[in-house]
Unconditional design. Structure first.
Length: 405
């Protein structure tokens, strides 16, 4: 009998599995609109000029690739705190920032820490949410439920239902919140709605855990972190997982951070000891190269200005492709997609379903998630017409089939 007899095969990951199917497809043309990666107008992952210059400076110094401290270099952590919370809060001694293996690693570190408190009864994520949120927190031993967020019939944010749900949660429930550019819907609360959400979380002693993977992809670095800067004024516990994969185009380097606000320096000391223990058991110390690039850009005034302009260009291209997608749909007489203009960030919950996704994949070599999530950043002037023609075809075919039935 094999050691692994009792292990059953798990279903493929919705995103990674889709990419694997795409790579094995030998057809031309084919387009992967499911992957969460920013692509330039030529369909390539860009190498940012700010990153190239930072890498050159590091090469010239030729520093040895020694082990880093378990929590990463202090200079990286301090620069990250300043980017997230602004100069006015970056020196707050009750905020601690630890380098993590991308945003995913930061979420898992936070989950493991919360589990050790033995005070969190439940974790809640949005419906829908990024597919890995549930996996991360369930793997850390939490029961995970969903809160109302998106109405597929109206393509709108369920604000009132969310507030009602939050008010019924037990104390210390951890609420996973997309700080901006909600993945997968692209729908964010308004500034006024955010204020009510955060007030409710504070009032009912819930624990917000902000996932900030797209800072700079909605408005700008400051505004995209405004929910963090609002909540810190309450002086209540919260956590932040942020990623530099998208805004630095450093996907494979896995650069991220976990930031935690606690009530006192004594608590900070205890938390740091547990984070180090968790890190030691998982991977001992973080990688050096990507972290040093990010630190160099964030701490160098000239490189920071270049990076800021590059993120602005990426943000502008995404917005332009949103507008062009809606226009292309209108040319196909599909006027019901105008709501896409009001969404933000790299993704759009398009309103397409599993049947549409299967037909797009099988007939046209267009890969989107079964949920209908489309990566707007994977669209460009060369594939836009092909994509919208294909979507128009599968929608019309389904409509005809439904009428004949």
């Amino acid at each position: 009998m094999s050691l692994y007899t009792e292990i059953t095969k798990l279903p493929r990951d919705p995103i990674i599995g889709l990419t694997e199917l795409f790579k094995n497809d030998r057809r031309v043309p084919k387009y992967n609109l499911g992957v969460g990666v920013y692509l330039d107008e030529h369909g390539n992952v860009p190498v940012l000029e700010s990153v190239k210059r930072a890498a050159q400076l590091l090469y010239e110094k030729r520093e040895p690739c020694a082990y880093l401290p378990m929590g990463g270099l202090d200079s990286f952590c301090e620069a990250t705190k300043k980017l997230l919370f602004g100069p006015e809060h970056s020196s707050n001694a009750n905020i601690m920032t630890t380098q993590a293996l991308g945003g995913t690693g930061a979420l898992r570190l936070g989950a493991e820490l919360l589990q050790r408190t033995k005070k969190v009864p439940l974790v809640v994520i949005s419906e829908p949410s990024w597919e890995n949120h549930r996996n991360i927190f369930e793997s850390a031993g939490f029961k995970v439920k969903t809160y109302p967020y998106y109405d597929p019939n109206t393509n709108c944010f369920l604000f009132t239902q969310l507030l009602t749900f939050l008010k019924k949660l037990p104390k210390h429930t951890t609420v996973i919140l997309h700080a901006n550019c909600h993945n997968p819907t692209g729908i964010d609360p308004s500034e006024e709605q955010w204020q009510e959400i955060l007030d409710t979380i504070r009032k009912f002693d819930l624990i917000p855990f902000f996932d900030l993977a797209y800072q700079g992809f909605k408005n700008n670095f400051k505004d995209d972190a405004s929910v963090l800067r609002t909540y810190i004024k309450f002086e209540k516990p919260f956590l932040v997982a942020n990623s530099f994969s998208k805004n630095f185009s450093l996907y494979g380097e896995r650069v991220g951070a976990l930031s935690i606000f606690s009530g006192s320096l004594e608590e900070c000391t205890k938390i740091q000891s547990h984070l180090k223990n968790i890190i030691r058991s998982l991977y001992s110390t973080p990688p050096t190269y990507g972290q040093k690039i990010v630190e160099k850009v964030l701490s160098n005034e000239k490189l920071y200005a270049i990076w800021q302009s590059e993120v602005q260009l990426m943000r502008g291209r995404i917005t332009e492709m949103r507008n062009q997608l809606v226009k292309a749909f209108e040319e196909e007489n599909l006027t019901s997609f105008s709501f896409i203009k009001d969404q933000h960030g790299m993704f759009s919950y398009s309103g397409l379903g599993t049947m549409h996704a299967v037909q797009l994949r099988e007939k046209f070599g267009i890969y989107i998630l079964d949920s209908g999530r489309i990566c707007i950043a994977a669209l460009n002037k060369n594939n836009l017409k092909y994509v919208t023609n294909a979507i128009s075809t599968v929608i019309n075919e389904k409509t005809i089939q439904a009428k004949s039935f």
